[in-house]
Design a protein around this ligand. Structure first.
Ligand code: BES
Ligand code: MN
Ligand code: ZN
Length: 485
């Protein structure tokens, strides 16, 4: 299924095809008379008298060829409400057939906050599906012709929405790919293909990583027949040489747990253990597509956590890129090992204004927050507030969780500088974040988003129909647009 949207300035009066009209909060349709025949008007008006006007929209089936979708614009809608309304509208028009709708933009009485742009953005985001591996191809198209000359998003706004949609969909595609297809070798290739969008890509393969001393990352991938990689993506859109904003992602293409093996049930979910990195890749693509006027860098660690004669053992001690030694007490706490090297490297090489990392890091964050909020851990109040507020705006919500030196102590190791799990038990997401913080060496403002509960939605959410969500692309884009551009 694909959605096609086109715009035409043609004035519209009576149209004998499916119509989409907008009314005020109370479904008062007096202002819509010019788009309706008198019989249509009285038919709808009568039905509305006995309807629940708290609803957001109605579909009136007039004939076999003509439906009218009436969308009510409630008072005081937030931007996320408008996007959710667009998604709800998608639910009404997605009927398993090819179809065409004429949306009358002039019928929007109040175009605050670029109503139509956000409405269609919500619709688009909700319509995504991943059907690559269905042999029977769907060719269905839903066309939406936007008619009229008022209330349309400017060309520039349209490009922005498109860039965000493409970045989000790119992230969703990556997360949806199974582990046998998107292993680290393939993933590194796909990221390299983004050079065509104007990103500067650097791929560090095993040989280079060894030279750099990234043994924390390499240890996780050493049981896999695939390579391990660190990939950097740079976007230089600012006119000056200002410090870049840095985004770091966990890219564990599949997480068996290693010798600390996961149980069989739901192990298949661990194909989305690279979602943090996918968000970083999708975000960088969006920034390039919309030519954001900032400098940014994305850094992802790509590995596969497998069991083999050469895999890492519990009890192994490795030396990280920072120079700190790590005792691996549990090979299933692997994401933090990958991020440890990626964080230190990012801080040292790019000297960024801040670092935000994203990772499906702990099951414990799902116990805390379910699939409603991502966990936010940070050493910086200002950055935390900015991320929190951006999340509320685009409805990719985060909730701040504590860091504290007493949690940090739990990660001290008897045999090395630090151990990768806390043996006391409890606070699993915080102690993981404390581990990460040990690899930020120069007090760079840093925020860690644990997105284990957000990256994949079994039943679908407001702006996705189930499966990979692309969580974080719109959140971080909002953060950038609002505060750094
Ligand atoms: N990738 C998992 C975390 C995860 C769990 C993501 C469920 C999404 C859904 C991570 O690598 C992991 O295995 N974490 C362990 C840490 C433990 C060994 C300290 C966990 O959460 O159990
Ligand atoms: Mn794991
Ligand atoms: Zn993992």
């Amino acid at each position: 299924m694909s959605i096609k949207i086109n715009y035409s300035n043609k004035a519209s009066s009576k149209i004998s095809a499916n119509l989409v009209l907008f009314s005020n909060e109370k479904f008062n349709i007096n202002g819509l008379k010019k788009y309706l025949s008198s019989s249509e008007f009285s038919y709808i008006n009568d039905l509305l008298k006995t309807s629940d006007l708290k609803k957001n929209l109605f579909v009136f089936k007039l004939t076999s060829k003509k439906k009218i979708v009436l969308v009510s614009i409630k008072n005081n809608l937030k931007i996320s409400d408008i996007e959710n309304l667009g998604a709800e509208f998608y639910g009404c028009i997605n009927h398993g057939k090819n179809s065409e709708y004429f949306l009358i933009s002039d019928s929007i009485a109040n175009n605050h906050d670029n109503f139509l742009g956000h409405f269609l953005h919500g619709l688009k985001l909700k319509s995504y599906e991943f059907k690559k591996y269905k042999t029977k191809k769907e060719t269905r198209v839903i066309s939406i012709h936007v008619l009229g000359n008022k209330n349309k998003p400017s060309h520039q706004k349209q490009l922005k929405f498109k860039a965000l949609e493409e970045g989000t969909f790119y992230a969703r595609d990556l997360v949806s790919e199974p582990g046998n297809v998107l292993h680290p070798d393939e993933y590194a290739k796909r990221i390299s293909s983004l050079r065509k969008d104007g990103l500067k890509i650097n791929v560090y393969d095993q040989k280079k990583l060894k030279k750099l001393g990234m043994h924390a990352l390499l240890g996780v991938g050493q049981g896999s027949i695939r390579g391990s990689y660190l990939v950097t993506m740079e976007w230089n859109g600012a006119k000056n040489n200002s410090k870049p904003l840095a985004f770091v992602g966990k890219g564990v293409c599949f997480d068996t747990g290693g010798y600390s093996l996961k149980p069989a049930k739901f192990m298949e979910d661990m194909t989305y253990d690279m979602a943090g990195s996918a968000t970083v890749v999708g975000l960088m693509k969006s920034l390039a597509l919309r030519k954001a006027k900032i400098n940014a860098v994305g850094v992802v660690g790509l590995v596969e956590n497998m069991v083999s004669g050469n895999a890492q053992r519990p009890g192994d001690i490795v030396k990280s890129y920072s120079g700190k030694t790590i005792e691996i007490l549990n090979t299933d706490a692997e994401g933090r090992l990958v991020l440890a090297d990626a964080l230190t490297f990012t801080e040292k090489k790019f000297k960024p204004k801040f670092i935000v990392d994203l990772a499906t890091l702990t099951g414990a964050i799902i116990v805390c927050l379910g699939s409603e909020y991502a966990g936010l851990f940070s050493n910086d109040d200002k950055l935390s507030k900015q991320i929190f507020n951006a999340g509320e705006k685009v409805e990719e919500k985060v909730w701040r969780m504590p860091l504290h030196k007493n949690y940090d102590k739990l990660m001290n190791s008897k045999n090395a500088d630090v151990q990768n799990i806390n043996y006391v038990g409890g606070a699993g997401s915080t102690t993981a974040a404390q581990f990460l913080q040990r690899f930020i060496l120069n007090k760079t403002p840093w925020a860690h988003l644990d997105i284990a509960g957000m990256a994949f939605s079994k039943y679908g959410g407001a702006l996705n129909s189930g499966g990979a969500t692309g969580f974080g692309v719109r959140l971080l884009n909002q953060l950038i647009e609002e505060h750094y551009e």
